[in-house]
Design a protein around this ligand. Structure first.
Ligand SMILES: Cc1ncc(C[n+]2csc(CCOP(=O)(O)OP(=O)(O)O)c2C)c(N)n1
Ligand SMILES: [Mg+2]
Length: 649
């Protein structure tokens, strides 16, 4: 996958020491007189004497620190402090050990010791998703670093701002297959927005500041900073702020005025426009701007899996989630549109289905901060590069000007068609015939009893789709999931990170029995660090989503999808005993009449994590569904049941 926000090839130098490209300097605040630090340990503030008098592109408090001697590892900690980092997730080992020593003294940074580095990565993602800040994870070299590969890939596909700091073997032995050596820069090159191998301690503050800048700006993404052990141990002179230089990296924020006018012209001339809204609108914090524009135009809105909540589910103009398991009204809105107003979305194959028959009659306006997304899958008639935070209000203004000449388009027939579809084909489920609880009911009750202020984090599989479908999202940053990568094991650690970032919110991990077995060790982290998340294991005793495909496409031959965790099985593991072993409150619910009471009980426990083993039917399936590789118009609302389209649908 190519991404336009990846820093220029000139910046992809593997070491920060050799071959540094020519760089422009960012403005640096003038130095102000200060008391010399005297080499105090990071975490103390003696060297911080004044607020920088001019704006800098370095994030954080922007204090000025006069030159002071310290080690590279002290500089890592001190840099994170100056960048305003308050929470990091990690696990030490030999190559990062020098940095863990001063980390112990930091009073500004809370380090949360995970049980597996994958947990640190997903926790950093969850933290970033709810706070909008850059999440940070730390690991040692070799296997510690490679354990971060999955969350880095996940953050790359879902555009999550994250900085991963890894220790590397000493520079003298790099390339010798030294103990715990892995070329993590090379391994993660295609799945990071940018990366560095730092072997010179003096480079640490600048590189970390640039890493945060690149991770958090433009199209957000994961950035890796691999720091050799000798660079951590070497002496260096620390000062703050550093010159942040990122040659060739200048994300465009404002959309081009001519393109905006052209977009307004297309909208004014359309009779079936639809806002196709993606996760970019969440990342840009542009929910308010979107609502204003949607209401101003009075056009239908669909929100992708990554955008759930950015436009309220309760809004009359909202027609649901499109895609493989989308609502009929949302899928039809895209298929039958004459204009897609695409905002921060990327025509993912899970949304388009068969690309050649996707939205066949629609012209396309495509606004995205990453130029590489535009016309990647579907040709845009009007491309607009920029941040939707700027583009949406600018488009609203352009529309106002356009409507003065043309008048407003009449969208009433279009809205009536979509309202009829929304009413005729609401999301729902059939009760299981095996007498077990319907998983959809459990999930909708969790949403109803917790409410829209909660944060909901899903694993990957059927339970993820039901969580996207049956919880009503009314605000952005309330719904977290691994959409692009589909990483089983995301939920528990991401919920942990979300709870650290938003301690006052109720945070639910809604997980599958399969996913839960991939990362539940982070329950130990949650218990020990008093991070009271709530985990609902939707226990259908199987790799349910794969099983669903076996039901539909492999004649019900259930090859290796039975997990034996549920009803009438050996229950290995017993999730209640497992949760108790981790110091959690543990509940089990097997009957419909106990669902509410069990959820209420979990909501009342806030001094430790809670795990509920919801034993549900293995036969429940996710509907609607567009079978892969066919047109979205072949959507099925239940097995072999397609909607009745009317002539003008
Ligand atoms: C790491 C990883 N391995 C395999 C898959 C393929 N996969 C997608 S969904 C799924 C089943 C998930 O099972 P479970 O967590 O029990 O969720 P359910 O579908 O039953 O709700 C599998 C194996 C994946 N997405 N991620
Ligand atoms: Mg399952």
């Amino acid at each position: 996958m190519s991404k336009g926000q990846t820093a220029s090839p000139a910046l992809m130098a593997h070491t920060s020491r050799a071959g540094a490209p020519a760089r422009e300097s960012a403005p640096v605040p003038p130095a102000v007189p200060t008391v010399p630090d005297g080499g105090r340990a990071p975490g103390t503030t003696a060297a911080t004497t004044a607020v920088a008098p001019s704006a800098s592109s370095v994030q954080g408090p922007n204090r000025v620190v006069e030159p002071v001697q310290m080690t590279g590892s002290e500089a890592i900690v001190r840099t994170l402090e100056e960048l305003g980092v308050t929470d990091v997730f990690g696990l030490p080992g030999g190559a990062i050990l020098p940095t863990y020593d001063p980390l112990m003294d930091s009073t500004r940074i809370r380090h949360i010791l995970v049980r597996h580095e994958q947990g640190a990565g997903h926790a950093a993602q969850g933290y970033a998703m709810v706070t909008g800040k850059v999440g940070v994870c730390i690991a040692t070299s070799g296997p510690g670093a490679t354990n971060l590969v999955t969350p880095i890939a996940d953050a790359h596909l879902d555009s999550v701002p994250m900085v991963a700091i890894t220790g590397q073997v000493s520079s003298a032995v790099i390339g010798t297959d030294a103990f715990q050596e892995a070329d993590i820069v090379g391994i993660t090159m295609p799945i990071t927005k940018h990366s560095w191998l730092v072997t010179d301690a003096q480079e640490i503050p600048r590189v970390l500041a640039e890493a945060f800048h690149i991770a958090g700006s433009g199209r957000p993404g994961p950035v890796l900073v691999d720091i050799s052990k000798d660079a951590q141990q070497a002496a260096m002179t620390f000062s703050w702020p550093p010159k942040v230089e990122a040659a060739g990296y200048r994300p465009v924020l404002r959309g081009h005025a001519k393109q905006l006018r052209e977009a307004a012209r297309l909208i004014a001339g359309s009779s079936r426009p639809v806002f196709y809204v993606g996760g970019g609108v969440v990342k840009a914090h542009a929910a308010e701007e979107l609502r204003h524009l949607a209401e101003y135009l009075g056009a239908p809105v669909v929100t992708t899996l990554q955008a759930r909540g950015v436009f309220p589910d309760s809004h009359d103009l909202h027609f649901g989630m499109p895609g493989m398991h989308g609502a009929v009204s949302a899928v039809a809105a895209l298929q039958q549109a004459d204009l897609l107003i695409t905002l921060g979305a990327r025509f993912d194959d899970r949304v388009t289905g068969q690309l050649s028959s996707f939205a066949p009659g629609a012209k396309v306006i495509h606004a995205d901060i990453d130029p590489a997304e535009i016309s990647k899958n579907r040709t845009a008639d009007v491309p607009i590069v920029g941040s939707v935070k700027e583009i949406i209000p600018d488009l609203t203004d352009a529309l106002t000007a356009e409507f003065e000449h043309t008048g407003r388009p009449d969208l009433s027939a279009w809205l009536a068609t979509l309202r009829r579809l929304r009413q005729t084909y609401p999301l729902g489920w059939t009760e299981p015939s095996d007498g077990l609880v319907a998983p959809q009911q459990v999930i909708s009750r969790i949403g109803e009893l917790t409410g829209p202020e909660g944060v909901y984090v899903a694993g990957v599989g059927q339970h993820q789709m039901w969580s996207a479908q049956f919880i009503r999202y009314e605000r952005p940053h309330a719904w977290l999931n691994s959409g692009g990568a589909g990483t089983m094991g995301y939920a528990v650690p991401a919920a942990m990170g979300a709870k650290v970032g938003n301690p006052d919110r109720v945070v639910w991990a809604i997980d599958g029995d399969g996913c839960f077995q991939m990362t539940n060790q982070e329950l130990a982290t949650c218990t020990i660090n008093r991070i009271p998340i709530k985990v609902a294991v939707i226990n259908n005793s199987s790799l349910g989503m794969v099983r669903q495909w076996q039901t539909l496409f492999y004649d019900g031959r259930y090859s290796h999808t039975d997990l034996n965790t549920g009803h009438d099985t050996a229950r290995v593991p017993d999730f209640v005993k497992l949760a108790e072993a981790y110091g959690c409150a543990a509940l089990r619910c097997e009957r419909e009449e106990d669902i509410d009471a069990t959820i209420e009980q979990a909501l009342a426990i806030n001094d430790r994590p809670v795990v509920i083993d919801f034993v549900v039917s293995p036969d429940s399936m996710v509907w609607p569904m567009v079978p892969s590789g066919v047109s979205n118009s072949a959507i099925q609302v239940a097995q072999n049941l397609t909607p009745q389209w009317e002539e003008n649908d």
